[in-house]
Design a protein around this ligand. Structure first.
Ligand code: ZN
Length: 140
């Protein structure tokens, strides 16, 4: 077991179990509607575009761009005290869905970041059950 992870963790729900299982194996997946073919994130029991209930899982490229970000200086929980400042971001994935995450591997400096910059997924194992997809600048 990973040692003493001190931050709040996602609590898998039946509709998201597959997402977390795949993340633990280093795969980023999202639901896609078999009726209207739209992707959606986060996992739900129905399609948010057409309300259909025929959803399938597809592996994503892991490539995306920085949609927006903020640099967090005040830890929202004591577990983050050693991490500040860090970059909380919304990443727009190549498949069109937007995902809240964290950008790592770059200084948490507004001068170093630009909206639209290319990012790619990396996986950070938090516990035996939970691996968190995060993003780093993509190699050009
Ligand atoms: Zn749909």
């Amino acid at each position: 077991m990973a040692t003493e992870y001190s931050k709040p963790l996602p609590v898998p729900q039946p509709e998201s179990d597959h997402y977390w299982e795949q993340a633990a194996m280093g795969k980023l997946v999202a639901q896609r509607c078999t009726d209207c073919h739209e992707f959606q994130f986060y996992p739900r029991v129905f399609c948010t575009h057409c309300s259909g209930r025929s959803l399938e899982w597809q592996e994503l490229s892991g490539k995306g761009t920085l949609f927006t970000f903020t640099i967090v200086h005040q830890p929202p929980h004591r577990g983050f005290a050693g991490d500040v400042p860090y970059i909380a971001a919304i990443v727009e994935l190549a498949e069109g869905v937007k995902m809240p995450s964290q950008v790592i591997g770059i200084e948490p400096d507004p001068e170093a970041l630009s909206i639209g910059m290319a990012l790619e997924v990396v996986f950070e194992q938090a516990t035996d059950e939970i691996t968190l997809p995060k993003f780093k600048p993509a190699l050009q």
